[in-house]
Design a protein around this ligand. Structure first.
Ligand code: MOS
Length: 719
């Protein structure tokens, strides 16, 4: 079905965080640092204070009261304005509040700041030689066959070995909706509208930094204009806005400018991976080694365990990954769509093609050869895996047999034409979620829980699953997401929304039906009183007679019956859960300019039950588009001298536009993963980006003979 929230979005009726304007609203504007490392000596706010409309100016010398956060490595470790330290360029160092946005912005321009500046650590390349063990997680994982003492010994036993280093630049999410927070207090009760991947995440962090109980905080955010991981952490503008609203006793709104969306919030760090693959002559992998290094902001602890995918994708008796970090004075490093696996797969799936070339094997055959029935590192069987079918079906549909094994062999006019492939994959899980279903006298069913729909189709999944369980048309289901006053469901992250919330929606619908049946049986005035009652197709039924639930409620004068049900965390421990698929793409590289263009794409997806093919397809396409951006365009440049992001605008930080993207074919296999849940749905939000950049790089190699190991693959690298 079409998205249930499509009409309100295209008509502008959907209220996003920044669209809220409670009476008496004042506007906040962030001041941000213009050095990357050091401390603030003084801030002169005297001119700004006299500027028209200014209500208050908060700085480290006049801070708002905020308490330390509990540790949460995806976001900043310290709340804003609590010290004079500067840890990155573009850090929030003040908040100007005025009667209008323009007044706040203009006054902010009048504030002058004196720094004691130090030279920032801003070069990942320079830091590589002195990379350190990570702040959390295990530095080294070895899985070795009996009798093998080291990964290098295992590699040495291979008939063919490749060792190659791949690097990926910093990237940023640039979701369409800038981050925004609107807050007001009613007595000691706080209401917050804020762009977030989960209202519960915001409640939790505000509880810490405001030192108040969660019962005093309500966070509302029904619509989100994209997140991709960047609306998981809570960023400086939110606690500042909330605390300013309390201090001023009036509502305050702060919307980040587009440039601030590059620095006040997190980004994906720079990474490097050195991959060694050892194989027998027939292509059987015998050793996979991946030494991964990730950039890490000095202001928090998130880094990419970029080598991890090597433990979970291709079978090998010997596996080794290591993790190191280079600490940089850059904005916060955080999760971004398929953290560690999207950039991780660029290295692993490029290396697989390099190995295939060494072996003289078709890259598809090499992957088929190393497909496994068990998780390579743990040895646990996969709950449900149909990767081989993805490969074969995809190859046939795409015309993989027409790929020339000789790079540079296919020329079409001005273009060199190449085919490439990669493996799409992402881990799956099912957490605990509670959902409420309320059957109303108007014949509608309200399905509510704290889930978020970032544009993913989650609210449509709620509508479909509830309608299906209740036997009513989807148009009569009202999904309510993004309100912390509703039961705690899954936040949108880790591709876990549908797998976690879906089963809970079904349970809650069943519980609501039971509540309706009880009412029909027990209510004195019910025409079904004392009878054997059933609920089917939206009706209460007994003795050959049926009545829609809305009619019965109306007859009885009862406004609604409701039930809340909780679906538990997946208890299965003896299987591993992961989605798999195959990317196939065609890339054309201009013979004279080196310009790469992706011209065809097919992705075959084994992600369990697909609840709604249309929105699911959109998720896969979105992941692939982002993967094409990662392959060809995205490159957040850190100036080594200043630590400043040099291209922190949407004009300079390139992401694909429609003209860059060909028609993308998506095929779903639709095998339910019944060990994960009765619903059998895994997750699809991050799946599509994994393997996509490697597929492009492999096609570029097939087209040109040039192996680009440093993303993005720009035309200068192909000349
Ligand atoms: Mo996603 S990067 O798990 O928000």
């Amino acid at each position: 079905m079409d998205r249930e929230d499509g009409p309100v979005k295209v008509t502008g009726a959907a209220v996003y965080a920044a669209d809220n304007h409670p009476d008496g609203l004042a506007h906040g504007y962030l001041l941000t640092s213009t050095i990357a490392r050091g401390s603030i000596l003084a801030m002169d706010t005297s001119l700004a204070e006299k500027a028209p409309g200014v209500i208050a100016i908060y700085t480290p010398f006049n801070p708002l009261e905020l308490h330390p956060y509990a540790k949460e490595e995806n976001a900043e470790l310290t709340p804003p304005l609590q010290d004079t330290g500067v840890r990155y360029y573009g850090q929030a160092i003040g908040l100007v509040v005025a009667e209008t946005f323009e007044q706040a912005r203009d006054a902010a321009a009048l504030v002058t700041t004196r720094y004691d500046a130090e030279r920032p650590r801003a070069s990942f390349a320079d830091g590589l030689a002195s990379a350190t063990p990570p702040p959390n997680g295990t530095p080294v994982v070895d899985v070795l066959a009996p009798g093998v003492s080291s990964i290098d010994e295992a590699l040495a036993a291979g008939d063919v070995t490749v060792t190659v280093t791949y690097t990926t630049p910093a990237e940023t999410h640039v979701a369409m909706e800038p981050h925004a927070t609107v807050a007001f207090w009613t007595g000691d009760q706080l209401t917050v509208y804020t762009a977030s991947q989960g209202v519960r995440l915001v409640v939790d962090r505000l509880t810490e930094t405001l030192a108040i109980g969660p019962e005093r905080i309500r966070v509302i955010n029904p619509y989100v204009g994209g997140g991709f991981g960047n609306k998981w952490g809570m960023w400086a503008h939110t606690p500042l806005t909330v605390a300013a609203a309390r201090a001023l006793d009036r509502p305050v709104k702060t919307v980040l400018t587009r440039e601030q969306v590059f620095t006040v919030v997190g980004h994906r760090p720079v990474t490097a991976q050195t991959v060694s693959l050892g194989a027998a002559r027939d292509g059987t992998l015998i050793a996979v080694k991946n030494d991964g290094v990730s950039g890490k902001s000095a202001s928090n602890d998130f880094y990419e365990q970029v080598a991890n995918l090597s433990l979970a994708l291709y079978g090998s008796a010997n596996l080794h990954v290591s993790r190191k970090v280079v600490t940089l004075d850059v904005p916060v490093t955080t999760i971004m769509r398929a953290p560690q696996e999207s950039n991780g797969s660029f290295a692993l799936d490029s290396a697989m093609d390099e190995l295939a070339a060494e072996l003289g094997m078709d890259p598809l055959d090499l992957r088929m050869k190393n497909d496994t029935a068990v998780h390579p590192a743990s040895g646990l069987p996969w709950s449900s895996k149909h990767l081989a079918e993805c490969y074969t079906l995809g190859a046939e549909r795409f015309g993989w047999s027409r790929r020339s094994p000789r790079p540079g062999a296919v020329i079409d006019g001005d273009w060199l034409v190449g085919l490439g492939m990669g493996t799409a994959t992402y881990g799956a899980g099912r957490g605990q979620a509670s959902i409420n279903v309320r059957l109303r006298a108007d014949g509608r069913a309200v399905v509510s829980g704290t889930a978020a729909d970032l544009g993913t189709g989650q609210s449509t999944v709620f509508a479909l699953l509830a309608a299906d369980a209740l036997g009513i048309p989807v148009g009569r289901v009202v999904p309510v997401l993004g309100d912390s006053a509703t039961p705690p469901a899954a936040n949108a992250g880790g591709s876990g929304s549908t797998s976690t919330n879906g089963p809970a929606v079904r349970l809650a619908a069943d519980a609501a039906k039971e509540a309706m049946v009880r009412l029909a049986t027990e209510h004195e005035k019910s025409p079904f009183h004392g009878q054997e009652v059933a609920f089917s197709a939206g009706e209460v039924r007994a003795g050959g007679r049926g009545m829609p639930f809305g009619e019965l409620l109306t007859l009885l004068g009862v406004p609604a019956v409701e039930a809340t049900a909780t679906s538990p965390r997946n208890p299965v421990k003896d299987h591993a859960f992961r989605s798999f698929g195959a990317h196939f793409c065609e890339v054309r590289v201009n013979r004279w300019t080196g310009e790469p263009r992706v011209t065809r794409w097919l992705c075959v997806v084994d992600a369990g039950t697909i609840v709604n093919a249309r929105t699911a397809r959109s998720q896969i396409v979105g992941g692939i588009v982002m993967g094409i951006g990662q392959a060809l365009l995205e490159d957040l440049r850190i100036e080594p001298e200043t630590g400043r992001f040099a291209n922190a605008t949407m004009a300079d930080y390139l992401v694909p536009v429609n003209a860059d993207i060909p028609h993308i074919d998506v095929e779903f296999l639709n095998y339910p993963d019944t060990l994960l849940s009765d619903l059998g749905a895994r997750g699809i939000g991050e799946f599509g980006i994994v393997g996509a950049a490697a597929a492009v790089a492999n096609a570029v190699h097939n087209a040109t003979g040039r192996r680009i190991r440093d993303l993005p693959i720009t035309l200068d690298k192909l000349l």
